[in-house]
Ligand binder design. Structure first.
Ligand SMILES: [Zn+2]
Ligand SMILES: [Zn+2]
Ligand SMILES: [Zn+2]
Length: 257
């Protein structure tokens, strides 16, 4: 599993910002827009297609995407849609796009040229609407979408059950979790959650909110993502509890760990 991007919607560095994190020479303070890639012997899964997808795919030398999962329809998670073309050219059948009915409707509205178009130089989408808590089977990998509260757009996280049984939860954009979603997230092997910045935000968890959530869910490990320039990697890392870390672009975790 590779973190393709770990930044908030504007990325880090932020355009025009002279702050110490944005001007830092520490590569761990460079954060492209949040996205995740999971690779098993059978399938390769991309979570979200943000504006940095091309750069991320080149950096990680990605060649294959078998399925795309969408968390929600905010611009920082969908606007790299057209970059999927490069993966479509390498496959015969259309690309399965798994999203909520709302997210898939937004994609169709924003990228109308692709939908229903079978021309090979376009993304050839195979939209597959998912429903809350209904497992999506991707070979021996399953992804269970769970709803989260994150502003006005319907938003989901995914609980992945990996081929060897480890459970990894991914919720990059979230303010609060409905009780039914919290109910499936206890004691996971890795909890990857939104920890935007130290200060509170109306639609994202702050660092303290993320740490409190992790404390209550008791995962084996917690990775914090969707980070702003308010979180310097080195100084923030020294303050985090055990088994908790800031995710970084390009970080690859192997399971079983
Ligand atoms: Zn986002
Ligand atoms: Zn800055
Ligand atoms: Zn969002």
């Amino acid at each position: 599993m590779t973190f393709l991007g770990t930044g908030t919607s504007v990325g880090v560095p932020m355009i025009g910002c002279p702050c110490p994190v944005c001007t830092s020479s520490d590569p761990r303070n460079r954060r492209t827009r949040s996205s995740l890639y999971l690779s098993t012997p059978e399938v390769n899964v991309l979570v979200d297609t943000g504006p940095d997808l091309r750069e991320q795919a080149l950096r990680e030398r990605l060649t294959t995407v078998d399925h795309v999962l969408y968390t929600h329809d905010h611009v920082d998670h969908i606007v790299g849609f057209d970059e999927i073309r490069a993966f479509c050219w390498r496959r015969e059948d259309p690309m399965p796009l798994h999203g909520s009915p709302h997210t898939l409707a937004t994609l169709e509205r924003m990228f109308p040229w692709a939908f229903g178009n079978t021309a090979r130089n376009y993304v050839r989408p195979d939209p597959r609407p998912f429903h809350d808590f209904e497992a999506i089977h991707l070979g021996k990998l399953t992804a269970q979408p769970f709803p989260v509260v994150h502003g006005a757009s319907p938003t989901h996280g995914f609980l992945f059950t990996l081929p060897d049984g480890e459970r990894v939860a991914y919720a990059p954009d979230v303010k609060t979790f409905p009780p039914e979603s919290l109910g499936i997230l206890h004691n996971v092997d890795l909890l990857i959650i939104d920890a935007l910045r130290p200060d509170p935000h109306p639609t994202h968890q702050s660092l303290d909110e993320a740490l409190a959530l992790a404390d209550s869910l008791a995962p084996a490990r917690t990775a914090l993502t969707h980070l702003t320039h308010d979180l310097d990697f080195a100084t923030t890392s020294t303050k985090l509890p055990a088994n908790t870390f800031l995710a970084t672009d390009g970080l690859t975790l192997t399971f079983p760990s």
